[in-house]
Ligand binder design. Structure first.
Ligand code: GZL
Length: 334
């Protein structure tokens, strides 16, 4: 296992806004915490949707960690629409929650609603994905992965996959991008290209690249089109396992062997991805850990109590080659 500990402490301690007004519990939600009558923290969480196995595991982790931390969770699912996330955040502001957390579907378009949260002294925590903003005060911290590094790691592990396969000649890569405008899609492409440009200018070429929106259906549909227009593709880099699994269906339908005729590198590390890798259909997986719930709840408590929190807390992640799949599969927690 190429064990990499990504842990960057940006040491930008941002003291959250202290002394938040206690939130009124309109819905008569869980009563105050039993200990000493201090009010339980109410967290409003706006999730992206349920587009992939990774997302399901991420949602389960958040929902399980809140009660374990004594935090009253309000949860919404945006069904893949940024406008629904914005509405959910507005609703949490109106309800006077103590902290807001969300996984921004795309990087742009959040300043207005986050300024509304700031005006009400409600601190915001980003989980999983980052945003583009000119005002750093609009969120306290990001709890999530370094997607650019994941892209670099995907390119580096592809070098090992090509060597192991005894690949000779040009490397013609199809890239299945994540949701257009989403941080993981932008950054996983950027990191992969960094390594390509630096070390494989003459032998690697991305011959096709398009979004499959992080879904299996999207991966299958786009890969079908890729194979029609680029029959000489010999590598697939998919920004998540689900699109890779959809692409495998298209590759097999075209009479080709995934993991042999077309070498495949994906990102996430969900159980189904490892199962496909154990069958020899995926050649390597870059792990992206969705189990952020416990970390998020600890950060929420610190933010509510006005304690210093790091500007970016990263998750521990590993990378796996095909020959590790069978042994690792029983260990997968998502
Ligand atoms: C990455 C996360 C991505 C996953 C996909 O942290 O935002 O979104 O890689 C998920 O599976 O849909």
């Amino acid at each position: 296992m190429l064990n990499r500990r990504n842990f960057l402490t940006a040491a930008v301690g941002v003291a959250a806004t202290a002394g938040l007004a206690a939130c009124a519990k309109e819905d008569g939600g869980p009563s105050d915490s039993s200990s000493g009558g201090s009010k339980a923290i109410t967290l409003g969480f706006a999730q992206t949707g349920s587009e992939s196995g990774w997302r399901t595991a991420n949602t389960d982790s958040v929902k399980a960690a809140a009660p374990e931390a004594g935090i009253n969770l309000k949860f919404s699912d945006a069904q893949g629409k940024p406008e629904n996330q914005i509405s959910a955040i507005r609703s949490y502001i109106a309800q006077g929650v103590d902290v807001i957390a969300f996984s921004p579907l795309v990087v742009k378009g959040w300043d207005a609603v986050l300024k509304e949260a700031k005006a009400k002294n409600i601190p915001v925590v980003l989980t999983d994905r980052s945003i583009e903003t000119s005002d750093d005060s609009l969120y306290v911290t990001l709890v999530g992965s370094d997607f650019t590094d994941e892209g670099r790691r995907a390119a580096k592990i592809l070098e090992k996959v090509l060597e192991k396969a005894g690949h000779k000649g040009k490397v013609k890569i199809a890239q299945l991008e994540g949701t257009t405008g989403a941080a993981p899609a932008i950054e996983r492409a950027k990191g992969f290209k960094e390594v390509m440009d630096a070390e494989h200018k003459d032998d690697w070429e991305i011959v096709a690249s398009q979004s499959g929106d992080f879904t299996r259906a999207g991966g299958k549909q786009v890969m079908q089109a890729f194979l029609q227009s680029n029959p000489d593709i010999n590598v697939l880099y998919a920004h998540n396992d689900d699109m890779g699994l959809g692409a495998i269906q298209a590759i097999e339908a075209a009479g080709k062997k995934p993991g042999k005729d077309i070498l495949i590198v994906t990102v996430d590390g969900v159980k189904d991805g490892f199962a496909a890798m154990a069958e020899g259909k995926i050649n390597a997986i870059i792990e992206c850990n969705p189990l952020l719930g416990p970390q998020l709840m600890e950060v929420v408590k610190k933010v509510k109590n006005g304690e210093k929190v790091d500007r970016w807390v990263k998750t521990k992640e590993s990378d796996f080659m095909q020959d590790q799949a069978k042994a690792e599969l029983p260990n997968r927690k998502y």
